[in-house]
Design a protein around this ligand. Structure first.
Ligand code: IPM
Ligand code: MG
Length: 389
């Protein structure tokens, strides 16, 4: 029998807006569960994105990336600070009269702290589960019989595609006006590695994988479909593989969310579908994520790993103490499962969230009037009820 590890270090990057509030809640739950289990969790904090820019003049410091590589897990709040919108939009190089139109290929990792972390840590696998919580079924836009029991996982490729592809830029045209472009670029190797994670996840779930693309229009979609099919046929004949065009996938996800198990998509399409899946949960504030550099065999910790709620920085409600902390708390559950390889503790947190939703306080996005702190403490109490004495 292998001995369970009992010491972990977590780097906490609150980021912007409600980010620091929700990670505060996540850390409280993390430490409460750890203490009860006799685990030692060391918390280190650093700044990310707007908060980092203000202090250090960069959206993500080299030191932060280096530390993120060393620790057992990174907990991220949210990035996005409206104060930098103009700065980011303005960055276009002027073109001299009579010369070729020049372009700035701005590195997305230079304008977004989270993008830099994803790229530098090579956490290409974005695991974004969404399910219909029984207590919130009435709050979803779906009829209960359509959504009840829905339980899916969007697996989003995070380090390639339109987010990072070259060429990209905004250029001034010699004749006046500007032109902007991005490129959806994928190598076979990039598609293969994310497809394998998709098939492995499907094996741990209901053995169904839906791969999403625009193979009817895009070259990158054609290669995507071919490579995913080949891997499926060669290595995972036990997993039922289906392909949908992305538009149809969005439609079917709204029509019959219970039909989905694992949904594999590229960076951009996965971004869209994972937000859409939030409607199934009743609030975008409910959705957790884990961004991993691959899926190790069960029982082994994934490292490095970023754990973050899917929602954004919500500057409109920042500082009011009313943000829904459950997406972050469920991200902490994913940290226990994937980062620490302690799935039983992940289940305990998920059960506690489920029970709290049934009877406990709710934040405004869930139809209640409670603050984040009341909801967080109710989850911690519920974790205690189900933990060992
Ligand atoms: C997400 C977010 C990010 C993304 C933004 C904040 C860069 O929407 O994690 O889904 O587009 O990937
Ligand atoms: Mg998104």
């Amino acid at each position: 029998m292998s001995t369970r590890r009992d010491e972990f270090t977590v780097l906490v990057l609150g980021g912007d807006g409600i980010g620091p509030e929700v990670v505060g809640a996540g850390v409280e739950v993390l430490l409460a569960v750890a203490k009860r289990e006799g685990l030692r969790v060391e918390i280190e904090e650093d700044l990310l994105h707007g908060a980092a820019w203000e202090r250090y003049g960069t959206f993500c410091r080299d030191e932060t990336v280096a530390r993120a590589r060393e620790v057992d897990a990174v907990l991220v709040g949210a990035v996005g600070d409206p104060r930098f919108d103009d700065y980011l939009a303005d960055d276009v190089s002027p073109v001299e009269e009579g010369t070729e139109a020049g372009a700035v290929a701005r590195d997305p990792a230079d304008k977004d702290g989270l993008m830099r972390l994803r790229r530098d840590l090579d956490v290409f696998a974005g695991l974004r589960p969404a399910r219909a919580f029984e207590a919130l079924v009435e709050r979803t836009p779906f009829r209960p019989e359509v959504v009840r029991g829905a339980d899916l996982m969007v697996l989003r490729e995070l380090c390639g595609g339109a987010y990072f592809g070259l060429p990209r830029g905004i250029e001034r045209l010699p004749g006046g006006g500007r032109r902007a472009y991005d490129a959806t670029v994928y190598t076979e190797a990039e598609i293969e590695r994310i497809a394998r994670v998709g098939f492995e996840l499907a094996r741990r779930r209901r053995r169904r994988l839906l791969s999403v693309d625009k193979a009817n229009v895009m070259e990158s979609g054609m290669l995507w479909r071919e490579v995913v099919s080949d891997i499926g046929a060669r290595e995972y004949p036990d997993v039922a593989l289906t392909h949908f065009y992305a538009d149809n996938a969005a439609y079917q996800l709204a029509r019959a969310p219970r039909d989905f198990d694992v949904v594999l998509a590229d960076n951009l399409l996965g971004d869209l579908l994972s937000d859409q899946a939030g409607a199934i949960a009743g609030s975008l504030g409910m959705l957790p994520s884990a961004s991993l550099a691959g899926l190790p065999p069960s029982g082994e910790p994934a490292k490095p790993g970023l754990y973050e709620p899917v929602h954004g920085s919500a500057p409109d409600i920042a500082g009011q103490g009313i943000a829904n902390p459950l997406g972050t708390i469920l991200s902490v559950a994913m940290m226990f499962e994937y980062g620490f390889a302690l799935p039983a503790l992940a289940r305990r947190i998920e059960d506690a969230v489920e029970r709290t939703l049934a009877t406990g306080p709710r934040t405004p996005d869930l139809g209640g009037e409670a603050g984040s702190a009341a909801l967080t403490h109710a989850v911690i109490d519920a974790c205690r009820e189900s933990g060992p004495g």
